[in-house]
Design a protein around this ligand. Structure first.
Ligand code: TYD
Ligand code: MG
Length: 448
């Protein structure tokens, strides 16, 4: 048999190379390569003994308990309608954001489900104290403070939980896994063993994974392809918390779950509209501010867009937009240069969304253009007026989906008028400012 081979592996993304590299060609990080030894692969027979059998899809029976509620409506929403039996979920987020709190709340609110909470980070006492502070029912929850993969597998086999939480995946280690402890390969191998064991028992597993400041899941990023669902916990303004799905084999990835972190833990927020609008005194709004009705998943809510445009401090203009794609701001700036008659090439453009949310809905284009125009002209948009619509490169305002629901959301948040494409429904209780192009919108809003 051949001797162990040496490979170099990126500790951030798991990319492997036969030579040491200063910069990872896959994820772009520097100085992340560490040496690993790989055991030679044992020869296997060409047909492995299989426990499954070929069957007609028609004859497959679906388990009535296939999907069940987590007890937290917003968590069910991001999971695609509840927890799927025997699935695997990765929950990533920065330390202190509320991952352990959320999972403990979920385990407590699950009805008639046996749960096992494995913690490599906190003692059983600390977990108990948290549950007492949160006032949780913990009758069906077992805790196991352990980091050894073998001991955890043994506990799963003996206690037979229906839900397993691993808090966190980075703490699980095994001497029998060939790779260096803490390396991407090691984390991957441990997760693989745990997923296999849980799948064979019909148990759902939640892996908690820490995200580093740069937004990368340190280590656990490499298990994204192993699990069925990947969820990311994000922080909004003050105590607002958001959960987004980055991958979901059992549902849409557009849905966002909203929670508030309060004294009694996380509470689901059904209607998040008010969180993304700043409270202001009556009177004109400042220049550079526009409002839009956006949709993420099945939900529609209002957001406040803030723009600041100043002379560039470098040779060419730059865009600073943390909450949305820079390319989209560039595109809207280009449309405004060509069809709105303003110069932006030598300007720095700063864009922010109130409440700390990131939005990808194209319906925000029109409001984004109006906010930039208002910032350049130093003139406020009319009061209590929102807008939505996609902007084409030719400067046309294109209709967007869910127009009726957007108008309803606009009305509910106290706006009286809304600029949108002429195809938008009119009988909504909000005055429709019908515009077919950005020039139209600027003219009607008395900007040009
Ligand atoms: P935690 O769930 O421990 O975060 P993670 O597991 O993601 O590291 O949450 C810790 C934070 O949440 C901590 O800063 C305190 C806060 N918190 C509340 O505000 N209210 C509560 O009821 C609890 C339990 C925590
Ligand atoms: Mg924790």
């Amino acid at each position: 048999m051949k001797e162990n081979k040496v490979v170099f592996e990126c500790s951030k993304c798991g990319f492997q190379s036969p030579k040491w590299l200063g910069r990872c060609p896959d994820c772009g990080n520097w100085n992340t390569f560490t040496q690993q030894s790989v055991s030679p692969v044992k020869p296997t027979a060409s047909v492995v003994a299989s426990t499954g059998k070929v069957a007609s899809l028609d004859s497959i029976e679906v388990d009535a308990e296939y999907r069940f509620s987590s007890g937290l409506s917003e968590f069910d929403r991001v999971l695609g309608g509840g927890i799927v039996k025997a699935s695997s979920v990765l929950l990533g987020g920065e330390p202190g954001i509320g991952k352990s709190t959320l999972m403990l709340q979920v385990l407590s609110s699950l009805k008639d489900k046996k749960a096992l909470y494995v913690s490599g980070e906190e003692s059983a006492q600390q977990i108990k104290q948290r549950s007492m502070r949160l006032g949780l029912e913990v009758k069906d929850i077992d805790v196991f403070c352990e980091t050894s993969l073998e001991n955890i597998l043994h506990a799963i086999q003996t206690t037979k939980p229906q839900i397993l939480v691993i808090d966190s995946l980075q703490t699980v280690t095994s001497p029998s896994v060939g790779a260096v402890i803490g390396s991407a390969s090691h984390i991957k191998a441990c997760a693989f063993e745990l997923i296999n064991e849980c799948k064979s028992q019909g148990c759902t597993v939640f892996f908690i994974g820490h995200v580093t400041k740069e937004g990368l899941l340190a280590g656990p990023k490499v298990i994204e392809h192993l699990v069925d669902t990947v969820l990311y916990f994000e922080e909004g303004a003050s105590s607002l918390r958001l959960i987004r799905a980055a991958k979901n084999r059992f549902g849409s990835v557009d849905e966002i779950g909203f929670f508030l972190m309060e004294d009694k833990g996380l509470t689901p927020v059904k209607d998040p509209s008010g969180f993304f609008l700043c409270q202001r005194e009556e009177g004109p709004i400042p220049a550079g501010i526009a409002f839009s009705a956006v949709s993420e998943g099945t939900r529609v809510f209002l957001v406040e867009i803030q723009a600041l445009v100043v002379a560039s401090k470098s040779a060419y203009g730059r865009i600073f937009a943390e909450r949305m794609d820079n390319a989209r701001v560039s595109r809207i700036a280009a449309v405004l240069e060509r069809h709105g008659g303003i110069q932006l090439a030598d300007k720095d453009i700063y864009i922010n969304l109130a409440g700390g949310i990131r939005v990808s809905d194209v319906a925000m284009d029109l409001a984004l253009a109006l906010a930039i125009w208002s910032a350049v002209a130093q003139r406020s948009l009319p009061q209590k007026t929102a807008s939505f619509g996609e902007l084409s490169l030719a400067g046309e305002v294109r209709p967007v989906g869910l127009a009726q629901r957007r108008m309803k959301a606009v009305k509910e948040m106290g706006f009286v008028a809304c600029a949108a494409s002429p195809q938008t429904p009119k009988e909504t209780g909000v005055k429709l400012i019908s515009c077919s192009s950005i020039q139209d919108a600027l003219k009607i809003l008395k900007f040009s």
